[in-house]
Design a protein around this ligand. Structure first.
Ligand code: RIB
Length: 280
């Protein structure tokens, strides 16, 4: 069987990651123990995660015509992601300011930069069997993806408003508990809610129809774990797996992604996820 060709339409960022004992509260200043510059962005992370899982993956996004843009695209290409459809604009590459505490919990602020310069006209979705997208690019881009792609999986992160027909046009929507709150769940046939250490659930029109618990792990860094979950879930849908199996696989992949620093620092292979499931 020819493997499905999966597209990821989304953001690419430079992640500036400060590690600290505890995350700052509003108005508080805390001291970091380290600072790192790492590749990130939900779109780029999801594309890299799909490649690590063995998928044929194409990244469609926008980076700056700067050194950061070169660095991000060459990093994705080195991981086996097709970046030929990515566009470059004379705007700074997106940047994410990230703090990670001693338990691996994080907070993130994204300055979108070139991600905001992606347009529907720049999208080339030819030959893609399924497209995975998120909301760190303009809403008009996501609307165009849903209207034009063969099938779309939307990771509703960050939680931004979308027209009802766009939400209804998705094959599946993946969101964390916060991102789920403002969704019209009763109208949506396939929503997956990620619950961190509690695993994830699949909802049909607002009713939970499946749940998968998470394998026990000791997280080092939770940044990007949701992206790996989305990549694994999209892979299962693209390959036509059983939905409960897809949920279990995605939960295990997300858990394994927390075991090293950086959004792309711990991307599991398909064999590693399967071994984790066999052991749990
Ligand atoms: O999901 C994690 C990602 O969110 C980070 O890599 C950061 O760039 C932000 O986009």
């Amino acid at each position: 069987m020819t493997p499905p060709r999966i597209g990821v339409v989304g953001s690419a960022n430079v992640d500036l990651v400060a590690r600290c004992e505890a995350l700052p509260r509003p108005g508080e200043t805390v001291m970091a123990s380290s600072l790192a510059r790492l590749p990130g962005g939900k779109g780029a992370n999801q594309a890299a995660a799909l490649a690590a899982l063995g998928a044929e993956v194409t990244f469609v996004g926008c980076v700056g015509a700067d050194e950061s843009g070169d660095w991000i695209l060459s990093g994705l290409a080195a991981r086996g992601v097709d970046v030929a459809r990515a566009v470059r604009r004379d705007v700074a590459t997106g940047t994410a300011l990230i703090a990670v505490d001693a338990s691996g919990e994080n907070l993130i602020v994204v300055a979108p930069g070139a991600n905001d310069a992606l347009t529907p006209e720049a999208l080339d979705l030819a030959g893609l069997d399924l497209v995975l997208c998120q909301l760190e690019v303009p809403v008009a881009v996501v609307e165009a993806v849903v209207a034009r792609a063969t099938a779309t999986v939307l990771n509703r992160a960050p939680a931004r408003a979308l027209p009802p027909e766009t939400l209804a046009g998705c094959r599946a929507i993946v969101a964390n508990e916060h991102e789920t709150r403002s969704l019209p769940l009763a109208e949506l046939a396939h929503v997956v809610v990620t619950r961190g250490a509690e695993g994830a659930s699949r909802l049909e029109r607002g009713t939970e129809v499946a749940h998968a618990g998470s394998p026990r792990v000791t997280p080092v860094d939770t940044v990007g774990a949701g992206d790996v979950f989305c990549a694994a879930y999209a892979l299962g849908l693209a390959e036509g797996w059983d939905l409960d199996e897809t949920l279990r696989f995605a939960v295990a992949a997300g858990a394994l992604a927390t075991l090293a620093p950086g959004a792309q620092g711990s991307l599991p292979t398909r064999k590693e996820v399967e071994a984790c499931l066999d052991a749990s």
